[in-house]
Design a binder for this molecule. Structure first.
Ligand code: DGJ
Length: 304
């Protein structure tokens, strides 16, 4: 049995709250590796934590895989750095971490950061920050397609949310595949997620309401360039996504990650006064035939 709560704190095998805020998850081999913002002490950068699991119930603490840089550096302790996401580059075999790197206690810098490692558990070496054609980049997400091509999603307030195609080594951006504002919404969606099931792409995101929750949205397409459907909610309107902000949707089964039958939704239920103890909303999400539905459950069995 792998009983999960609808909302819960993940704890490691020592009983400590897993610092997996703004969580990203990838399966490498027979384990899932989760990366998150360490938020024990407010919102400034405290490093990136990694934990691994086989069932999303028992979590092995793999340590701090990207350390805080020196005072004054781009990854220093006065910076805001959020939403670590990792992919393994098929061409180089390296693990590449993407981060939302922002300013000294503010959100003025708005770049994408990259870091690299030979192993999913790090240590990751910080490389640099980038913007594509000067576009702002705050919340990010990542996606690897069936052909091995990597993509990064990036929220750019003046224009919308982009899907960028990465270079073969995953270290630079080579194409602005599409940039969309939300449906009847002034901006692109934050906390972007892209998954694929049976040839259909599903793009999820949240509205921009700071630490407050809102009705998150999704759209579908069969080509990343579009056309994309309208964005619509995947939880009952007004539920504010069961008081969560989407982080990641994890394919759990199937022949590969593009043909899964079961998916796990994970979102932050931010507690702005105590970010390090913000619970996660963890629910099965039904995805099929261009529909996505997230239903509330107090608890459920995630046995695979
Ligand atoms: C919403 C973003 O999704 C979070 O990662 C964080 O930056 C908060 N805004 C800060 O208000």
């Amino acid at each position: 049995m792998a009983i999960m709560q609808g909302a819960q704190l993940f704890r490691d095998t020592n009983g400590e709250v897993a610092q997996l805020h703004g969580i990203g998850v990838q399966r490498f081999g027979d384990r899932w590796y989760a990366y998150g913002e360490i938020k024990n002490n407010g919102n400034l950068f405290q490093g990136v934590a990694c934990y691994s699991t086989t069932d999303f119930v028992t979590w092995r603490n793999e340590g701090t895989v990207l350390e805080v840089g020196e005072d004054g550096s781009i990854t220093g302790p006065e910076r805001i750095i959020e939403r670590p996401k990792v992919m393994r580059c098929p061409q180089t075999g390296k693990y590449v971490m993407y981060l939302h790197v922002d300013g000294k206690g503010d959100y003025a810098y708005a770049h994408i950061g990259t870091a690299i490692s030979d192993a999913p558990t790090g240590p990751f070496e910080f490389l640099n920050t980038m913007q594509f054609r000067g576009y702002e980049s705050r919340d990010i997400g990542v996606f690897q397609d069936e052909d091995g091509v990597g993509y990064i999603l990036s929220e750019d307030r003046p224009h919308g949310t982009h899907i960028y195609r990465l270079s073969d080594d995953y270290l630079s951006i080579v194409e602005d595949v599409i940039c969309l504002r939300g449906t009847n919404y002034w901006a692109g969606y934050e906390s972007p997620i892209l998954i694929k099931k049976d040839g259909v792409y599903y793009w999820f995101g949240s509205c921009l309401t700071g630490w407050d929750c809102n009705d998150n949205m999704f759209a579908t397409a069969t080509d990343l360039h579009g056309p994309w459907s309208d964005f619509t909610p995947f939880t009952p309107e007004g539920s504010h996504t069961y008081q969560s902000q989407c982080d990641i949707i994890v394919p759990l089964d199937g022949a590969d990650q593009w043909h899964a039958g079961r998916f796990l939704y994970i979102g932050d239920r931010w507690n702005p006064d105590d970010l390090g103890n913000s619970p996660l909303v963890t629910l099965p999400i039904d995805i099929d035939d261009r529909r996505a539905v997230l239903q509330w459950r107090d608890s459920w069995d995630n046995t695979l």
